[in-house]
Design a protein. Structure first.
Lengths: 163, 163, 163
């Protein structure tokens, strides 16, 4: 299947920008802006590849609907106790896997690095995003579903932020 | 040299899709689809940077023509004995280095990570792809030549899959 | 903010090519070509994220104007003593953060790996480029300012090459 056949070059540019803006949001620590990347009833999962591939339900992180996203942000920014860290996402170009009316199914690979104080930078996680993207009323792309499927089944330290 | 001068934006979109689809094929473990990324007389090499840069012939993996590709797939999927592992490619945007009639010469950088059972994800290899790409009769891009030139001269464990 | 709103798809293609050509220049060891990526009065900084984010002046590397760039190239290629190494940049797609007349402000994330002789490849640095880009008289994009803001505050070994 060919990108040109399934999505226009313009929507690839917009998808790329969506992915990079999402990564920037997390890397800059601006977690409060994270829920805005999703539709109001959007779903986010961080799920191990073994479970995703077998259709099993267990996830490391799960949010459905704006309220759960905002809860998660509150937990991370105000309640959890953890060492401060820098994140850095390096995300591949997206692939459009299919277009059904206004819905775009897309995939991209990610590598995420983190840096804790006084420590060298290490690899946090690699995997792929499996996405369902919609245009909202303002014509902006939002995730109706983003599953961060991580290959890295041993999570170093703990998973604080969304992937 | 400028991408816009040497290749249209449309062919960059298609090249990007080719690179990402190739990566996806290997990362998903769908090795049987791997030969389809090449022309029937296509060539694949995985070669250390020292040898490539000096024009020396030794490669870690070499396939020429559909038969050798299919042999390699059979060896990997049915004969070799190795621990199962997940691969993850994060590939940069491609550069068009030149266009000669229907032939596009292109380059992209890769980082490849692998995850073995019960082990943290580690870096497998980094390097660059040196590619010669043609449109086939159906208008799809195929590799006439892909050389995966790896910087990582010490291969951790062993090289099971193509890069 | 949306890429389509702030920059045309064509300028994203050119920015991507600029970033990849810059990475290629350093990865191929062609350091003499490095100053040409900047305007004659261009500025390059490699700066730790802590300092950049607080507006502090200390940088690990600083060049302003063609003379300082050429000095740096001479120092690296003729004077410094260090083990030879391969660099490999894997750079994300760029984001256009704003356009003011001919000036484009852009950002991209980088991961940089290095390989020393007889050693496995390791991560050198991750971070982001904060760029100001202009078209020169020949219509080519050049950096008026590139700040390589590295997350990796512990630099393994030493920083020989620009990031």
């Amino acid at each position: 299947m060919n990108a040109v056949a399934t999505g226009s070059a313009a929507s690839l540019v917009e998808l790329t920008e969506l992915n990079q803006a999402y990564a920037d949001c997390l890397d800059s620590g601006d977690l409060c802006a994270w829920p805005n990347f999703f539709t109001p009833d959007g779903v986010y999962k961080a799920q191990g590849r073994e479970n995703f591939d077998r259709g099993l339900p267990l996830t490391a992180m799960f949010c459905e609907g704006r309220g759960m996203f905002e809860d998660r942000v509150t937990v991370i920014t105000k309640i959890m106790v953890y060492a401060p860290r820098y994140l850095r996402h390096v995300v591949s170009a997206p692939r459009v896997l299919g277009v059904t009316g206004p819905l775009i199914c897309a995939r991209a690979s990610f590598s995420i690095f983190h840096t804790l104080p006084h420590e060298p930078t290490t690899l946090l996680s690699v995997g792929r995003y499996e996405d369902e993207v919609l245009l909202d009323a303002a014509g902006e792309m939002k995730f109706r579903l983003r599953v961060a499927v991580y290959d890295s089944l041993l999570i170093p330290n703990s998973l604080v932020y969304p992937l």
